[in-house]
Design a binder for this molecule. Structure first.
Ligand code: ADP
Ligand code: XUL
Length: 583
């Protein structure tokens, strides 16, 4: 039985802001408050929420403490009754770490008797052994990343073990750097949390463990074994029991909902929460994003923001140095795959601006670009282009542009050209090739119970190579995602999103959603589902619950699946492989 008038909160502690979103028992958003760090907490002097010193990027932890009080204050001032909140979860920027002293736990617990003070005044003086938290944009851990990969035998082995090769921003290399630069600071550190369990610790008024899905962003967690890897830990501290203690090993296991505790009396007394409001583990922002939509195994989410990110749900643990795998926060025996591209909207904007300029326009309208992408009389069947104004991750390359023409019969490269007939061809080609790259790169992550293309048998002997792996072409013609969900700025654009849907070729449906709330909403859904399960009101798995209760009317179902249109792009996969080989 549902509770009447029950509210659930989802936090989003991101780089530039702290958001807190409220939903009701029908999963409807009923309130939202945000604290923008740069604007509303200007005394920290951050730029877009961070301090930047050459390749080091970090955020002040004290700023987050102030933001937490401020966001609740805003709720109270708006007249919102926080007493009706049954449970809280949320999302946080991934990879960042927070360093706590031996006094931290006592100080957190003392908050209960200090509701007349601020979090900042109680915790800032003595709870932290480092007042900064390294941010995911940090690039300063090159030597540590080398050590991590060396330790386990290379990038492939590290990806296989931890779901990702070594990355500057990942928490393991970041902690290793902290230890090397500031051994006394490490000595004074009793506990290291991620940003996610920093926030849940504050809410609970005690130190609470890491959440397993978010812990996969550390280069430390053995995904298959569900435990920290001894070898990787030893890079941080030879006494691995010491670092284990500091990391509050073990993390909370996913997806079983585990209540971390009730909200601290500090928040009860200060902001009017009920004492039994439960706190559930907060997860990473991308992980929360996939919880904001009813994604099941083999569904994908394409975020067409400044850069393009593809997230997908898979039961297939097929790790690679070219993408990331995380344990799924809410679906048992599933993983979240994450493929990141640097070149997305900005590369398309460049072509849009050139196209407008060639027509004598100085504005930034997408009209001409859109017409070109959808035009039937612009033939790009025998063309392919790569448009990378920025260096790219997959394929790994420095900034470059490459255009080729294909032989109409063999569909192989006939010549490299400096430009196409006119810029309208570039408009069509950039969207097609970006989408084709997504299609190719999600392939290894999809489950194999997929339908077979009509062309499979003809292509068994042709081999194609992407990102260092060679496979028969036929493999790429075998698997399609079930459903595709498109979000982010460019998903508003009909021509771009239609072309992506056509090329990626989801079997069941394509949806899009225009929302700035994904991370926080995923947190709200995690809170309500966890609470209903833990209190015995439901026993549905997360995906079943969300599929049944999701407000489907808020999604725009567009472009019905069209297998023939998808198969047209089969012909370009071999050429794409050859084109990338030229980089
Ligand atoms: P971020 O990734 O920084 O969160 P958004 O998801 O808001 O940003 O996406 C911003 C991008 O969306 C811009 O770079 C812009 O090119 C693109 N965009 C916004 N509206 C449109 C549109 N109507 N057509 C195509 N692209 C658009
Ligand atoms: C993911 C990543 C970012 C951060 C900040 O690996 O680095 O998405 O989580 O949003």
């Amino acid at each position: 039985m549902m509770e009447k008038q029950a509210y659930y909160l989802g936090f989003d502690l991101s780089t530039q802001q702290l958001k807190c979103l409220a939903i009701n028992q029908d999963l409807k958003i009923i309130h939202s408050e945000t604290v923008e760090f740069e604007k509303e907490l200007p005394h920290y002097n951050t730029k877009k929420g961070v301090y930047l010193h050459e390749d080091e990027v970090a955020s002040p932890v004290f700023m987050w403490l102030e933001a937490i009080d401020l966001v609740f204050m805003k709720y109270v001032n708006s007249g919102f009754n926080l007493g009706k909140v049954k449970a809280i979860s949320g999302s946080a920027q991934q990879h960042g770490s927070v360093y706590w002293t031996t006094e931290a736990d006592f100080l957190l617990q003392s908050l209960s008797d200090n509701h007349d003070k601020s979090l900042l005044s109680v915790l800032a003086p003595n709870a932290f052994s480092w007042e900064l938290s390294p941010n995911w944009q940090d690039h300063s851990t090159g030597s540590q990343c080398t050590e991590f990969e060396k330790k386990v035998g290379g990038p492939k082995q590290l990806a296989s073990l931890t779901g990702s090769k070594a990355h500057y921003r990942f928490t393991g290399p970041q902690i290793m750097k902290f230890v090397g630069k500031n051994p006394e600071g490490y000595e004074r550190t009793k506990t290291i949390s991620l940003v996610s369990n920093f926030l849940s610790s504050i809410l609970c008024g005690k130190l609470v463990p890491l959440e397993e899905a978010d812990a996969c962003g550390m280069n430390l967690y053995d995904i298959k074994e569900h435990k920290f890897d001894e070898g990787c830990l030893s890079l941080i501290d030879k006494d691995t029991n010491n670092i284990r203690r500091k990391l509050m090993d073990p993390p909370t296991r996913c997806p079983e909902p585990i209540c971390l505790g009730n909200i601290s009396q500090y928040f009860v007394k200060k902001y009017g929460f009920q004492s039994n409001c439960s706190i559930y583990p907060i997860t990473g922002d991308n992980l929360a994003t996939i919880c904001s939509l009813p994604l099941k195994t083999n569904d994908i989410l394409v975020s067409l923001g400044t850069s393009t990110t593809v997230l997908l749900v898979t039961d297939h643990y097929n790790p690679s140095p070219n993408y990331h795998l995380f344990i799924h926060p809410t679906i048992a025996n599933n993983f979240m795959g994450m493929i990141c591209y640097c070149n997305g909207s900005l590369a398309r904007e460049e072509i849009r601006d050139e196209l407008n300029k060639s027509a004598g326009l100085t504005n930034s309208s997408w009209d001409l670009f859109d017409k070109a992408v959808l035009a039937d009389d612009i033939h790009t069947d025998n063309e392919l282009g790569l448009y990378f104004p920025l260096g790219e991750i997959v394929p790994s390359t420095k900034a470059t542009y490459k255009r080729i023409e294909l032989d109409p019969k063999t569909k192989l490269i006939s010549k490299i050209v400096p430009k196409f007939q006119d810029i309208r061809h570039d408009a069509k080609n950039i969207v097609e090739s970006q989408a084709l790259s997504c299609r190719i790169r999600i392939y290894p992550l999809l489950s194999s119970d997929a339908e077979h293309s009509r062309e499979t048998s003809d292509n068994i002997h042709t081999k194609v190579k992407f990102d260092g792996s060679e496979l028969p072409l036929s493999e790429y013609l075998n698997k399609r995602p079930n459903r595709a969900f498109f979000v982010g700025g460019a998903s508003k654009n009909d021509s771009i999103v239609r072309k992506f849907a056509q090329v990626i070729g989801a079997k069941e449906a394509n949806y899009r959603l225009d929302t700035p709330n994904s991370c926080a909403l995923g947190g709200c859904f995690k809170a309500i589902w966890s609470h209903l399960v833990v209190t015995g009101r439901i026993d549905d798995p997360f995906s079943v619950y969300l599929e049944a209760h999701f407000l489907w009317d808020e999604l725009d179902r567009f472009y019905e699946p069209d297998q023939e249109a998808w198969e047209m792009y089969n012909k370009k996969i071999e050429a794409m492989s050859n084109l990338e080989a030229l980089l």
